[in-house]
Ligand binder design. Structure first.
Ligand code: GDP
Ligand code: MG
Length: 424
């Protein structure tokens, strides 16, 4: 069984918590793109964790976790993240964590370049997490990167890296007028983390193919959401990797395999971290109330998230490009305070109304068309079965399900592992 768990919206839909929940039925969990710009929150009996690089299966003792070739890995950050989890009693060893030899290393100068470029852009900034993600993916396609497998070939690695650094320093000093990065410092950084991670690096293509042949069940965990995908999202306010389910086999290392199931994680309302068009955005009092009810502050950065009502055109588009078989609708409990629940059902654009998600540059002119549904105005966080839900909550779920055209299999009503309902 090969399943992908993906985001339908702008990210932060609750992918981490759903991977933590659904990975009970899987042997392997793979992250297949992105880096430590992810913030996947998991709350279970071990505590509360925010995972940036590690797959969310890491909290289950019998699950093997794979960091795929599609990822960019800041080794310093990974070291800290593993340290924090170990301090909380989580066991991490080469037995339950495998890092692809083809994954890309994200260096401290990638972080630096991310900050320098956002500062140069000033009012036009992309709203980056400033963790080096777009500079390092840029370098990947320029072929100016070190991959994890290179760390195991010290002489080759130092030789190649020395040339890469000369090239990068041309940008750091020539474009941004900053002090060049010292080769000696970076070599020390490399050697330190090579020592720490050498036993985790392996050919994950081989490993996963073998595992699948032996009947192991694999879950692929995406970062961010469809609307932040580099190709299909709101470019250039996207991330720099493919967040799409179809990329999962490639980014995980098994491009020869096909997915059996795609579960889309979709929030019961809209949130968005960072810049870019966000058509149904709320401001002022209305926004403050929803942000406070949902605790909408970035898991990776602490930034207040932009918020708004559920967006049908954006979510339908997200479901289309993800190729979802079923949906997990998260954070329904957050809407409990509303007397009436607004939903963005269409966009008004250039004198007409549309149900389709427009090309990104056109989105700047779109405005939301709102319909309102009755709220339930009671606490639903203890509901565990469909029958427990108030009629208005069930009507809201069914309305959304019909509007987006995909079955809502799970609904979550709280952040902890068991706070969810199976709808079918
Ligand atoms: P991810 O990046 O998609 O994994 O999502 P994040 O972890 O960034 O954001 C989701 C936030 O919502 C986290 O703080 C979760 O603990 C929280 N959360 C997830 N599901 C629910 C839910 O059903 N109800 C409530 N109230 N919070 C939830
Ligand atoms: Mg997040």
């Amino acid at each position: 069984m090969l399943t992908s768990i993906v985001g339908i919206n702008w990210g932060d839909e609750g992918k981490g918590r759903m991977v933590d929940l659904l990975s009970a039925d899987y042997d392997i969990v793979c992250r297949y793109q992105g880096g430590n710009n992810a913030g996947h929150t998991v709350i279970n009996d071990l505590g509360k964790f925010i995972l940036n690089l590690l797959p969310s299966g890491i909290l289950r003792e019998d699950v093997v976790n794979v960091m795929g070739n599609g990822m960019v890995i800041d080794l310093e950050h990974l070291s800290g993240e593993i340290g924090r989890l170990r301090a909380a009693g989580v066991k991490i060893s080469p037995e339950n964590l495998k890092i692809s030899d083809k994954a890309i290393v994200c260096f401290p100068y990638h972080r630096l370049l991310d900050v320098l470029e956002e500062e140069r852009l000033a009012g036009e900034a992309y709203g980056s997490t400033r963790r080096g993600i777009s500079p390092v993916y840029g370098d990947k396609y320029m072929k100016k990167c070190i991959r994890m497998g290179d760390l195991l070939e010290k002489e080759y690695c130092h030789h190649t890296f020395s040339h890469i650094l000369q090239y990068k320093n041309l940008t750091i000093s020539g474009v941004y007028g900053k002090e060049p990065v010292k080769e000696e410092d970076m070599m020390q950084w490399l050697d330190k983390y090579t020592e720490e991670f050498k036993d985790y690096i392996c050919d994950t293509t081989q490993y996963l193919n073998e595992a699948v042949k032996n009947g192991k069940r694999v879950m692929f965990e995406a970062q961010l959401g469809a609307l932040r995908d580099i190709d299909f999202g709101i470019y250039p306010f996207t991330s720099s990797s493919s967040t799409i389910a179809a990329y999962a086999p490639i980014g995980a290392g098994v491009p020869n395999l096909k997915l059996d199931r795609v579960v889309g994680i979709m929030k019961a309302y809209s949130t968005c971290v960072g810049e870019g068009p966000f058509t149904a955005e709320w401001f002022g009092e209305e926004a403050e109330q929803l942000r406070a009810a949902g605790g909408e502050y970035g898991a990776a950065t602490g930034r207040p998230r932009r918020v708004g009502p559920f967006d049908v055109p954006a979510s339908r588009y997200g479901i289309l490009v993800q190729g979802c078989d079923e949906i997990a609708l998260t954070k329904l409990d957050v809407l409990s305070y509303m007397k009436e629940i607004p939903v963005c059902v269409r966009y008004a654009l250039d004198g007409a109304e549309t149900e389709l998600f427009p090309y990104s540059a056109k989105l700047n002119r779109a405005t939301p068309v709102i319909e309102t549904l009755p709220g339930w105005q009671c606490d639903i966080s203890a509901c565990r079965k469909v029958e427990d839900l108030p009629k208005e909550a069930l009507d809201y779920i069914r309305y959304i399900e019909k509007a987006v055209g995909c079955r809502i299999k799970y609904v979550s009503v709280g952040a902890a592992r068991d706070e969810y309902i199976v709808m079918y």
